[in-house]
Design a protein around this ligand. Structure first.
Ligand code: GDP
Ligand code: MG
Length: 439
């Protein structure tokens, strides 16, 4: 019945006091799956789930959220924290001092592409970047950098492939100083796997050149391998930040969470495609919702927070306790739901399971707007005091709403039942304190 359906919606839209261990366990099972599927390191997942569990159990549920949504809200916040909360900018040397940035990473990670992408970003910030071709091994590496540099309108310093990378780096910095460049980006050589030669080469550059930022480029598609790579580079060379490439693929980006957790180094940018404009600032909150993959549930949570007026909720709670809940309140509740995008949209936002059975409940939006029309046809007095709605009033209301009188009868009857149920429900919940459930 309609009242049952509405009951379900309200029940699932609202919190219920405090999160129990069972609430948290149920929601976290889904979160754990989502994280593992997103290729987050197993150990990281384990620790993460444990700390969320500790934080979540016993927490007050916001009045407009279900327990499951409340857990997800906490998980999301913790993930954002884990990834550094805020966007980290690449730091530059003050004044006209030359900032030297060394790009490193495995072969194919996207170093050369990202070098050119970064140069474009720096240029638009008013910097004067110079690229240095330090990959002397990969055939056509120099040419690739030159082509990309050209596209960005940024010059490339090269000495061919007969000099040691460290010497190319040194010469590039000298050239930059003489020609008023203030950023030098070193495009170094990668290897297919972690390899002593590669590491030594990078260490040699770092020891002989004043590298201000060592930036590791990792391919997000390699998932957990990306994390191992990041850990090794950080231990051997010491990195200042990470750029995660190829996030435009179908990867869920779990590497982002693990890298930060394992190395403690911030993610600076993310590569979102092969085009040189496809480099985006890293936003921990966006990444968190991507990794969680909880559809738009986070948007729903945001909306719920904004839209639900705690004061109104408390007033309503009082009314229901005193059995003063009337058609005006009923209408207001329906409008709250509409503000949140309508029941249909809310249902769509619920990923499997998290809606707590809501998904199986088919709610007819048309039936709801019919209900609304009936209520709008009531006078103020009738809405505030449904008891006065006698047969002649019902007839008038039906005519006004353009429905059969039986529809009005049904609604009035269902409303009475619903009121009774809500009263019982509010008794069960206790409903003390500002953050408690509405009914
Ligand atoms: P390097 O060996 O580390 O210098 O890697 P490259 O810069 O040569 O990139 C290897 C391949 O990855 C190239 O085909 C790039 O176009 C591609 N690539 C780099 N970054 C991205 C990205 O963010 N998204 C996608 N789809 N491809 C990328
Ligand atoms: Mg390269």
């Amino acid at each position: 019945s309609l009242s049952e359906k509405l009951q379900n919606v309200f029940k699932n839209l609202r919190g219920k006091g405090r999160l129990s261990e069972a609430d948290v366990a149920t929601a976290l099972k889904e979160v754990k799956m989502a994280l593992l599927e997103a290729d987050v390191n197993f150990k990281v997942v384990k620790n993460f789930i444990k700390s969320v569990q500790e934080r979540a159990v016993g927490q007050d549920v916001m009045s407009s959220l279900t327990p499951g949504q409340m857990v997800i809200k906490i998980v999301n916040e913790e993930m954002v924290n884990l990834m550094g909360s805020e966007t980290t900018e690449i730091s530059f040397k003050p004044g006209n001092e030359i900032t030297v940035i060394m790009m490193c990473g495995l072969q194919g990670a996207g170093k050369t592409t990202t070098t050119a992408k970064l140069a474009g970003k720096f240029k638009s910030k008013g910097k004067k970047p110079l690229l240095a071709a330090c990959d002397i091994y990969r055939p056509a590496a120099i040419e690739q950098l030159q082509i990309n540099g050209d596209k960005q309108g940024v010059p490339v310093f090269t000495m061919g492939d007969k000099h040691k990378p460290v010497n190319i780096a040194k010469a590039a910095i000298e050239h930059a100083a003489k020609n008023n460049y203030n950023v030098v980006i070193l495009d170094t050589a990668g290897r297919l796997h972690i390899d002593e030669d590669m590491m030594n080469e990078l260490i040699e550059i770092k020891e002989n050149v004043n590298v201000h930022q060592a930036i590791l480029v990792v391919d997000s598609m390699t998932g957990q391998d990306a994390v191992n790579v990041a850990e090794m580079f950080n231990n051997k060379i010491g990195i200042d930040g990470v750029i995660l490439t190829k996030l435009d693929g179908d990867t869920r980006g779990g590497a982002a969470l693990s890298i930060r957790a394992v190395t403690g180094k911030p993610i600076l940018y993310v590569g979102m495609g092969e085009k040189l404009s496809d480099l985006e600032q890293f936003y921990p909150d966006r990444m968190a919702s991507r990794i969680l993959g909880m559809g738009d549930i986070l948007t729903l949570i945001d909306k719920a927070q904004i839209d639900f007026d705690e004061d109104k909720a408390r007033q309503l709670e009082k009314k229901i306790k005193k059995a003063e809940f009337d058609f005006n309140d009923f209408l207001e509740q329906m409008q709250q739901i509409k503000k949140m995008g309508g029941i249909g949209d809310i249902l769509k936002m619920m990923p499997g399971g998290m809606g707590g059975g809501l998904k199986d409940t088919e709610i007819d939006e048309n039936a709801l707007s019919g209900v609304e029309a009936i209520i709008y046809s009531m006078t103020k007095a009738e809405r505030a005091n449904p008891d006065i709605i006698n047969p002649s009033r019902k007839k008038r209301i039906a005519k006004g709403a353009g429905v059969d009188i039986s529809e009005v009868n049904k609604l009035v009857k269902q409303f009475e039942q619903m009121k009774k149920m809500m009263k019982q429900f509010s008794g069960m919940m206790g409903g003390k304190g500002a953050k408690r459930g509405k009914f």
